[in-house]
Design a protein around this ligand. Structure first.
Ligand code: KIV
Length: 315
């Protein structure tokens, strides 16, 4: 059933989580391992549409990410590279309408910021103005520090993303763990420090060894949000369809299904098919009252094509 959306900041609705509150979680000792409490570890989940966003918000998640993973999850592509700015704006706006409490961050997709800091500011602005995002996320380390700095100077909060950066899937040779070995670990740590220095208020660490994530979490004064980065981060993020057991095929090591929703969807739709075929759906509860006592079926003449159609034909 459709009900009226709560809408961000709606009167009487829950209070929105702010960027300073999220930053303060770091000082409150919000490591996932020691968490579960209000003010502890940050929870982030992806969403791509209004209905999912509203349910995730109701569950009390702190941050909702409109990830460019929508290329795979929504569009069925094999990676995030084809996702466009217009698509990100469209999905971000739909998600924004479903959130009352959670902070909304949205991904800058491939080639929407890499070309120049000016391009980055312009497209970050679009996600805020047209999509109603409250912060933007972008991938990369030292090479995009200037871009982050310029976006932040424009008054837009930024979440960084280092380690496995899926927009660089071809350069990395696949979706592989990053930061293995001392040199590679040092590079991820330097990248994270560069993004913090550029002004990001939080940073996603994707697919790195847990000890490297722990070193980064200790070295930074902004919260780290891990996905495949172990339990020492200040928060965790999961793709909603992974969390809900809706994915099919390959599952990344870090994905955990907290409920078999995919199987439940298949069972529910199969039950619908069976009831329709058995003639038991719709039942009396799903059927409007008849017009009057049942009458013997009349034979209706089809209207002649030469005569005008009666105006109330469809009512
Ligand atoms: O696009 C995405 O969903 C992401 C998360 C996996 C962090 O970047």
């Amino acid at each position: 059933m459709y009900t009226t959306p709560k809408g961000a900041g709606a009167a009487g609705g829950p209070r929105k989580i702010t960027v300073p509150e999220l930053q303060a979680r770091k000082q409150l000792g919000g490591a996932s391992g020691a968490s579960g409490t209000e003010g502890g570890a940050i929870t982030m989940v992806t969403a791509y549409d209004f209905t999912m966003a509203r349910l995730i918000d109701e569950a009390g998640v702190d941050m909702v990410l409109v990830g460019d993973s929508l290329g795979m999850i929504v569009q069925g592509a094999t990676n995030t590279i084809p996702v466009t700015m217009d698509e990100m704006v469209y999905h971000t706006r739909a998600v924004a309408r479903g959130l009352g409490r959670a902070h909304l961050t949205s991904d800058l997709p491939f080639m929407s910021y890499q070309a120049s800091p000016a391009q980055a500011v312009e497209n970050a602005g679009r996600l805020m103005k047209e999509g109603f995002a409250e912060s933007v996320k972008l991938e990369g380390g030292a090479e995009v520090a200037e871009h982050v700095h310029r976006i932040v100077r424009a008054g837009i909060p930024v979440v960084g993303h280092v380690g496995l950066t899926p927009q660089s899937v071809h350069a990395l040779g696949g979706f592989k763990v990053q930061g293995r070995g001392e040199d590679a670990a040092d590079k991820v740590i330097r990248d994270a420090l560069a993004i913090e220095a550029a002004g990001a208020f939080a940073i996603v660490l994707e697919a790195i060894p847990p000890d490297v994530a722990e070193r980064i979490t200790e070295a930074l004064s902004i919260p780290t949000i891990g996905i495949g980065a172990g339990v020492s981060c200040n928060g965790q993020v999961l793709v909603c369809t992974d969390l809900l057991g809706m994915s099919r095929g390959h599952k990344p090591k870090f994905a955990k299904a907290f409920a078999p929703v995919g199987d439940q969807i298949v069972a529910a739709v199969a039950a619908y098919v069976a009831e329709v075929q058995a003639g038991t759906f719709p039942g009396p509860e799903q059927t409007y009252k008849p017009n009057g006592p049942a009458k013997p079926a009349l034979h209706h003449e089809a209207p002649s094509l030469d005569e005008p159609l009666p105006l109330d034909l469809w009512h």
